[in-house]
Design a protein around this ligand. Structure first.
Ligand code: NAG
Ligand code: NAG
Ligand code: NAG
Ligand code: CA
Ligand code: CA
Length: 859
């Protein structure tokens, strides 16, 4: 038993139990003492030889960490291994680009039960690996973070150049730049899809010539989970999900194909295991089209048929994908022979992942995870056919908007003059009592504007750099005592997204002085997910307490070892609106949990001890609440962002679970995932109340039941969406056993409160204001204005009933979309208003503030 003693109680019990089988005390994993272990800085490939002994199926985990602080660097691997004695395992791992900056890494090998029944590993060994000898990488290229291909490069270009502007057309004139061909001429494509093994980008097989791209095909396939290698899957990043797009490729079918599955495919995908494609394929019975869809490594659709008609003499044909991510994520695949019309062959729905929903989990420079392009394969043929591609284009399609709903009776015409103020990366804005507007950028600068809105003029503009290097700033508000001469701003910031992100990097600082130069961090140690869910907007209540919109760490409350994004578990202060009486003397702002980050990372279970600070949960169950506003009616209204990428789990309930019991076991088995997956949910508008729970689980607070649970066999908790849209959404979660009630107030839990209004899928409803202006004879006073960041970029207007308990009318705010006479918005994020009723919208991707100046009407 000596080996067991240092392993902790849980494991000792396992050993005692297994001792009757005679071998448990030897369960362990170790490095094979091989001189051959390598980490190559240039290719970022690590190879390690390990041995293990296990009495049953176990999980081996190889991790790479910084030696100075123990933080994980990108690139770790889980392997499920069968029982065996002294079995050898070779790991190959691609590390993230962080490796280029390090001289040493700590490599850690662990053996875990596959069912996550212990709080610590059965065995753990470490060694420090010297990487100073190998050369520093330093090459350009794009290795997104977070990424669907962790640690792998998807381009030789900078990440910022992967997504293309529309319309996008390649006619291979050699002037488009992009990935290079065999002779160094640009193909115009900006990315490739990395393979499991080896390099998928193989320049030597590409030649730009006479206005065409000639590709020599190689053997290869993406089908299934195990083998994913295709040469030259050339692609571009698409601006999704907020656009409807048409992608086309024109090419000539090579002569002499032998019916050996030789093919050219036009694809749209997020990974080699999640894509949809239409191919022209050569089969023994002739040329056919093939439409394939793979999800999570399984081909879930494969339809083929012979072409209707024959190829023209020049053997030219076209393939097309029409992509629309509004509501359902629909892809329509078509083909055309020669110059003939397109023939629609398949209409299918794809996962939100493929169309870049859930923007918070996408690398901020790359901005998309939707790669669209073409790839050829020689199939089973020994010949490497040459495919000649003439044209590749992506164009934007018009989207029909829902017709304007009937106005409330007696409402005057609501219309605005529109102008813009340029600001790069604006995230939050606030008006001061001095009638200046402060705009915060994600890079921690503050721009101060004095504006004459009526004349559409900037009177003055001043810039302040806050001393917050390398921090992501998201929220700004002014000090309640500003009017008394206390010129201070409060800013929320974190290390979300940063290369050395931290689980508890969320902070709120106060900056005072003429240049906001006097900084004081008032609250720190708040949760930060490994995606862009962090400490969001902050606002003061009238009594001086600060309310803080704090994002969650997980996709749907549960923790699953299998998902790369949303790695950390929920914590006692995550996924909530927090309240902090910062004005109180002796206020304690250090909310750093006493659980080490290393322990959080290794166990994937958060300590339930609430950090010993004066920050409390005001309202809970909020997945990634961005903003909220105080309404003149005394209520608080908020938005929340729901699951959109199809990769999120709710907590699993242990056997015999009762409300108020624990549910913080992470999911460790891949085959368990499907039992807990939460499919995409609508974003919501909420009325935020103290002491209520809004449905996003948090095991560290014993909040185990998502949404309305699953009380009956029938459809539960069906709520109507916006009146103009005439549809409804059920807030039940059918993966819970029938009879599972929504969260009540057992053992001090906050009882569940339904949202005020489901808004629809993947809107990314963010900024919200309760409009206070008297414009339009007061017709808009008290209406809620909400920014849709993702699908259908716009400002939505919601009219409440007198009690403020129901939305009775909704419309797209005039001039916030093209079809309402405005200039198209791109990722509107936050909204503010001034005392004259002018409305200011921070458009993140358009790098501007849109100002809506109400047109006057006679009352
Ligand atoms: C999980 O694994 C442990 C250790 O191997 C074993 O004792 C336990 O019975 C397993 N539990 C379940 C639910 O499979
Ligand atoms: C302010 O009001 C909120 C909501 O009622 C309350 O929870 C909080 O304790 C109050 N803060 C102070 C400083 O009184
Ligand atoms: C962590 O916090 C809990 C609750 O406040 C306390 O009981 C425990 O002693 C703390 N642990 C450490 C290591 O400080
Ligand atoms: Ca695959
Ligand atoms: Ca039900």
């Amino acid at each position: 038993m000596m080996a067991g003693v240092k392993l902790g109680l849980g494991v000792v019990l396992v050993c005692t139990f297994l001792i009757s089988f005679g071998s448990a005390q030897n369960e362990r994993a170790s490095f094979a003492q091989s001189q051959g272990d390598t980490i190559d800085k240039d290719s970022r490939q690590a190879t390690f030889a390990c041995v293990y002994t296990a009495t049953r199926q176990r999980q081996l985990v190889l991790k790479f960490k910084r030696t100075n602080n123990g933080n994980l660097i990108g690139g770790f691997r889980f392997l499920t291994v069968p029982a065996g004695t002294n079995k050898g395992v070779n790991f190959r791992v691609t590390l993230s680009t962080e490796i280029a900056n390090l001289n040493q890494v700590e490599v850690q090998l662990e053996l875990w039960p596959t069912n996550g029944s212990t709080s610590d590993a059965i065995s753990r060994v470490k060694k420090v690996f010297d990487v100073s000898a190998t050369s520093g990488g330093g090459s350009g290229g794009c290795t997104p973070k977070p990424s669907e291909f962790p640690g792998k490069s998807i381009s030789t270009l900078n990440c910022k150049n992967i997504m293309v502007d529309l319309p996008f057309n390649l006619n291979f004139n050699g002037k488009s730049g992009g990935l290079k061909d065999s002779t160094g001429v640009g193909t115009g494509f900006t990315a490739y899809v990395p393979a499991d093994k080896g390099d998928s980008y193989q320049r030597r097989h590409l030649t730009v010539r006479n206005g065409a791209l000639v590709v020599t095909s190689r053997a290869g396939t993406w089908g299934g989970k195990s083998v994913n290698m295709m040469a030259n899957p050339l692609s571009v990043g698409l601006p999704l999900p907020n656009r409807k797009l048409r992608v086309r490729i024109d090419f000539a079918v090579p002569k002499g194909l032998g019916g050996d599955n030789e093919r050219l495919c036009l694809f749209l995908g997020a990974t080699i295991d999640d894509y949809v494609q239409i191919c022209l394929i050569s089969k023994p019975n002739g040329l056919r089209y093939l439409v394939e869809k793979e999800e999570n490594g399984k081909i879930v659709m494969s339809e083929q048929s012979k072409l209707s008609g024959s190829l023209p003499g020049n053997r030219k044909m076209r393939l097309q994908l029409m992509i629309s991510a509004f509501e359902k994520n629909t892809v329509v695949a078509s083909y055309a022979l020669g110059n003939g019309g397109f023939r629609k062959v398949v209409t299918t729905n794809v996962k939100g992942l493929i169309v870049s929903k859930d923007q918070a989990t996408i690398d901020p420079d790359t901005k998309t995870r939707s790669l669209c392009g073409f790839v050829t394969s020689a199939g089973k043929s020994n010949e490497n056919a040459k495919w000649v591609v003439d044209d590749f284009e992506v164009v934007r399609m018009e989207v029909k908007e829902t017709p304007a709903p009937t106005k409330p009776p007696g409402e005057p015409e609501i219309d605005f003059d529109l102008f813009h103020l340029p600001v790069t990366l604006p995230v939050s804005l606030v008006w001061t009592p001095d009638e200046t507007m402060l705009v915060l950028t994600s890079q921690s600068t503050v721009l101060e504007f004095k504006i004459n809105a009526e004349r559409k003029r900037i009177i003055s503009r001043k810039k302040y750099n806050l001393p917050l290097q390398d921090r992501l700033s998201l929220g700004i508000t002014v000090d309640p005592d500003w009017a008394k001469g206390q010129k201070c701003i409060w800013v929320s910031h974190s290390k979300a997204y940063n290369a050395d992100r931290k689980a508890n990097s969320g902070s709120i600082s106060r900056f005072c002085g003429n240049n906001f130069q006097n900084a004081k961090t008032v609250i720190w140690g708040l949760p930060t997910s490994d995606s862009a869910h962090a400490t969001n907007q902050i606002k003061f209540m009238e009594n001086g307490s600060l309310l803080i919109a704090q994002g969650g760490n997980t996709g749907a409350g549960g923790t699953a070892f299998q998902y790369g994004a949303f790695y950390y578990p929920e914590q006692p202060l995550s996924a909530a609106v927090l309240i902090a009486p910062v004005q109180r003397a002796g206020f304690k702002g250090n909310c750093t949990p006493n659980q080490s980050e290393r322990n959080l990372d290794e166990t994937r279970k958060a300590s339930k001890a609430k950090p010993n600070c004066d920050v409390e949960v005001f309202a809970s169950g909020l997945r990634n609440i961005w903003d909220f506003d105080f309404h003149p009616n005394g209520r608080i209204y908020a938005t929340d962002n729901a699951v959109g990428s199809g990769r999120a789990t709710h907590p699993k309930l242990p056997k015999g679970w009762k409300p108020g019991d624990d549910c913080n076991e992470p999911i460790t088995r891949s085959d368990d995932l499907s039992k807990y997956i939460v499919v995409d949910r609508p974003d919501v508008l909420l009325e935020l109340r103290k002491g209520r729970y809004y449905g996003h689980s948090n095991p560290s607070r014993n909040e185990c039941i998502r949404d309305a649970g699953n009380p009956t066999r029938g459809v539960d908790a069906r709520l109507a969406g916006p009146p103009s849209e005439r549809r409804s959404y059920a807030f039940e979660i059918t993966s819970y056993p029938v009879g599972t009630q929504a969260q009540g107030n057992e053992k001090g839990l906050f009882p569940y409160k339904e949202p005020l209004l489901p808004l629809g899928l993947s809107k990314s409803a963010n900024g919200i204001i309760a409009y206070r202006g008297n414009a339009f004879c007061g017709a808009m006073k008290g209406d809620l204005l909400v920014a849709y960041y993702s699908v259908g970029d716009q400002i939505k207007r919601f009219k409440l009933n007198n009690a403020g308990t129901k939305v009775v009318f909704d419309e797209t705010l005039r001039r916030s979309t093209k079809s309402t006479g405005g200039e198209e918005m791109n990722n509107p994020l936050s909204i503010a208003q001034d005392d004259d009723g002018n409305i200011y919208v921070a458009e993140y991707r358009n790098a501007r503030i849109s100002v809506f100046v109400p047109k006057s009407v006679k009352c």
